[in-house]
Structure formats: structure tokens, C-alpha cells
Design a binder for this molecule. Structure first.
Ligand SMILES: Cc1ncc(COP(=O)(O)O)c(C=O)c1O
Length: 438
């Protein structure tokens, strides 16, 4: 099939307007560093690190080499009752990479699987401790935790929930933290809104803590359009969870691996969750993989309290896939040796200033940022929510810029290997687009 072929009649594309795609197909053929190249030969600056998943930039040499070598040696190995050295090596490396704060690492194939795994571990943990009534799960409005039934149940994006029936029972949602009337155009963490964490006390009063298993939040909500947590919010959530014996799960599928200028968001905020879900940047997006980080006390509970035999009745065919493990090990090598996060930190101020220089351009009603993440919120066109940002997405792509849109928010999260020239190219192009946008 020629590479320019784009009659996808047999391909049901995910999270895509399949009917609209064919009118102006956007087809990627290759990638290197900060850029994609389309089947038409156009160079496209990757303003989104794919789907937030290539922090090292594309085709990182270490990762490519590791994958090539791995596939030559061991193409696949079952992880049920069998092991292979790479999976053990990766878990050990992650233990060191998290500063020893997490002791066990469960491997999955994606962020959605990591989320479902974390929720199941939380439920099973309480049951093993003799607190089997702790079954309620608490997510947050506007949260995104992937597309499994667990993830959409605790998630709070209405369009991802409403077509799929009643979902998991016994789920509540904290209010989201978006307060544009008080926090618009904040640089970094907004000042107002820590009190929103207190809603967890209301849920405890309503259900009693003895019925609540876990709270799951994204430290920075990404897919809903980049909601940076108010100062003190996550700390307060941690305090309330601790007070009531509720597990706190951080979904770090996009904030993990350098995005905020630290290895993980829990480093940035100085708040320690009990369980962390990751994926994406773990392998630089090269091979699908996720990992769930678990505190020692949780794992020890499984060892000590479960019946003889399998401690956790859970796992995936591709858990600890050898080629994914090789990609992840090489990704960690890059993080530890190539100054990737250091570069992100160095670029942060320039990134922030370039974003906030857009204030005052047509339609711009808010600008938000943290680390190498930014959001440009546009006023919706009357009666057409989402249409304006989608028009920006199309016109950006035509100009050679890949951005991501959700509702009327443009979300930006390029590879952490970006330089000032890329920041200029991205925001310069976006300024021109915003001036032309109707
Ligand atoms: C916070 C968060 N959790 C979970 C997921 C789901 O990951 P995946 O698409 O790999 O299943 C995503 C994906 O964007 C995410 O942003």
C-alpha cells in the first residue's frame, strides 16, 4: 500500500470524527526529534509530544537501539508464573528513579490499564485488611483516567461517560478546580481554590470513611484542558485522605516523566500519594506500556494477608512485555544521563512568557501553564462549542504545527527536548492563527 494512501474505509479511528477526517486527512509518515513529517512531505512541529507521550522527542537513539536489540533476542514472554530479566531490572530502576518511595511496580499496557489496576489494588487492599466495606471510589469532575470502565467511572468528562450506561456503582466526584473568574491568566499554580479539596470531608460525612476506598486525581488535569491545581489543594487532599484511611491515587499518566520539570508531579508538589499510575513517557511512547507504583505497606498487605497462591488476581498478556521493558530502561537511561528534565527546567520561564504574550489576542479568555504544559482557552463561537479550537487545530496543522484541542481549549505539551526556537515557532504560529480565527 503506498504510504500516501488514506482511504481508511476499514479503519475505525479512535477519538476522531471519522466522517470529517476523510475530507482533509492528516497523515503522518515519519518523525525525528521535535518534528513529524506528513505523507505530503510537510514538516510539522510536534507541540504535543504525540499524545503527551514522547518527552525525549521522536526516535530517541537510545530507545530505538534498545528496541532493535530486544526484538532480536526475546520477542515475547508470558508474565504469569514466569519472568524475564528485563522486567525485574525495570522495576528496580523505577524504584531508584522514584527515590525509593515506592517499592513495587505492576506493569500494564496503557494508562487506562494502569488506572483500572490501581483501583483494583485499592479495593483488594482494603478487603485484605478486613475493611471490605471500603468500596466507594472518588474521582473528580473533568478528570480523565482513560477509557476502561473503571477509568470512565471515576473520570468526569461527560462525553466519555454518557454513552456507556450506568458505569461502576458507588462512585462520587469531587468538584473540579477550574475557577476562571478568580484565577484566569495565572502563571503556574493559581492562588484560589484549595478549599475545593474540603468537599472530600462532605463525602466522608455522607458515606462514612469506612465505605470509601480511594480518591483518584490527576495532579494536573490534562485532557480536560490543563487545569493546574490551586496552591495547597493537593496537600489538603492528602491530609484528608490520611485522616480517614482513604488511599490517594495520583494519575501521573501525563505528568510523570518530567512534564512539570521534576521526575513526577508528586516531586513538584511535595505530596506523596499511595499509588501512582503511569504510562506514555515511561517508554517515550515507543512501545505501549504502563506501570503502577505502589507503596510498600500496600504490597506487604497482599503478601501477608492473602490466601496462599496468587496474591492479586490481575494481570495482562502484555504486562512486562520484554520489548516495552527494554524501551523503558532506555528511556530511564536518557532521563538520567541526557539532561532532559534539566532542559525542561531551563526552558520553563521562556515557555511561560511566550504563552502569556498571547494575552489580549482575539478570543483568548484564559492562559494557564506549569512546567512544559500550557493551555490557551478560547471563547466559544456562539452556539458552536469546540468549533473555534477545532478550526485552530486544522489551520495549525496546515501551517506545520501540531496542537491538541479539547472543547475550546488548546493544550500544548511538546517534547522536553525543546529549544527556544521551537517555542518561538509554536507561539509565533499560534499568534498568527489566533489573529485570523473567526
Ligand atoms: C491522566 C490520564 N490517565 C489515563 C490516560 C489513559 O491512557 P491510555 O490512553 O494509554 O489508556 C490518559 C491518556 O491521555 C491520561 O491523560
Amino acid at each position: 500500500m503506498p504510504s500516501s494512501h488514506h482511504d481508511q474505509s476499514a479503519y475505525w479511528m479512535p477519538f476522531t470524527g471519522n466522517r470529517d477526517f476523510h475530507a482533509s486527512p492528516r497523515m503522518l509518515e515519519s518523525a525525528e526529534g521535535m518534528y513529524y513529517r506528513t505523507t505530503q512531505g510537510q514538516k510539522v512541529l510536534d507541540g504535543t509530544a504525540g499524545l503527551w507521550c514522547t518527552p525525549l522527542g521522536h526516535r530517541n537513539a537510545r530507545v530505538v537501539r534498545a528496541v532493535q536489540q530486544a526484538v532480536e533476542k526475546l520477542d515475547y514472554a508470558p508474565s504469569f508464573q514466569l519472568g524475564h530479566p528485563q522486567a525485574f531490572a525495570l522495576a528496580e530502576r523505577l524504584q531508584a528513579f522514584t527515590g525509593g518511595r515506592f517499592s513495587r511496580f505492576f506493569f500494564t499496557g496503557s494508562g487506562s490499564e494502569s488506572v483500572d489496576t490501581a483501583l483494583k489494588i485499592a479495593l483488594n487492599y482494603h478487603r485484605l485488611r478486613g475493611e471490605g466495606s471500603r468500596t466507594r471510589l472518588i474521582g473528580r469532575e473533568r478528570g480523565y483516567h482513560g477509557v476502561g470502565f473503571g477509568g470512565i467511572s471515576v473520570g468526569g468528562i461527560v462525553g466519555n461517560r454518557k454513552p456507556f450506561g450506568p458505569l461502576l456503582p458507588g462512585v462520587d466526584h469531587l468538584p473540579h478546580t477550574h475557577l476562571p473568574e478568580r484565577n484566569a491568566f495565572t502563571r503556574g499554580e493559581p492562588a484560589h481554590g484549595a478549599y475545593l479539596a474540603d468537599d472530600l470531608e462532605r463525602l466522608v460525612a455522607l458515606h462514612d470513611a469506612s465505605n470509601i476506598a480511594a480518591v483518584i486525581v490527576e495532579p494536573v488535569a490534562g485532557s480536560t484542558g490543563v487545569l493546574v491545581p490551586p496552591k495547597g489543594y493537593l496537600q489538603r487532599l492528602r491530609e484528608i485522605c490520611t485522616r480517614h484511611g482513604i488511599l490517594l491515587v495520583f494519575d501521573e499518566v501525563i505528568t510523570g516523566f518530567g512534564r512539570l520539570g521534576t521526575r513526577f508531579a508528586f516531586d513538584h508538589f511535595g505530596v506523596e500519594p499511595d499509588i501512582v499510575t503511569t504510562a506514555k513517557g515511561l517508554t517515550n511512547g515507543t512501545i505501549p506500556m504502563g506501570a503502577v507504583f505502589v507503596k510498600d505497606e500496600i504490597y506487604q498487605t497482599f503478601l501477608e494477608r492473602s490466601a496462599p497462591g496468587i496474591e492479586l488476581a490481575h494481570g495482562y498478556t502484555y504486562s512486562g512485555h520484554p520489548i516495552a521493558c527494554a524501551a523503558a530502561l532506555a528511556t530511564l537511561d536518557a532521563f538520567e544521563n541526557d539532561g532532559v528534565i534539566e532542559n525542561a527546567v531551563e526552558q520553563q520561564n521562556y515557555w511561560e512568557n511566550a504563552l502569556h504574550a498571547l494575552q489580549g489576542l482575539p478570543h483568548v479568555v484564559d492562559l494557564r501553564n506549569l512546567g512544559i504544559v500550557a493551555a490557551i482557552e478560547l471563547e466559544s463561537a456562539p452556539g458552536k462549542p469546540g468549533a473555534r479550537a477545532m478550526a485552530a487545530f486544522r489551520s495549525a496543522f496546515e501551517r506545520g504545527l501540531l496542537i491538541r484541542v479539547t472543547g475550546d481549549v488548546i493544550a500544548l505539551s511538546p517534547p522536553l527536548t525543546l529549544q527556544r526556537t521551537h517555542i518561538d515557532e509554536l507561539f509565533g504560529g499560534l499568534a498568527a492563527i489566533l489573529r485570523e480565527l473567526r
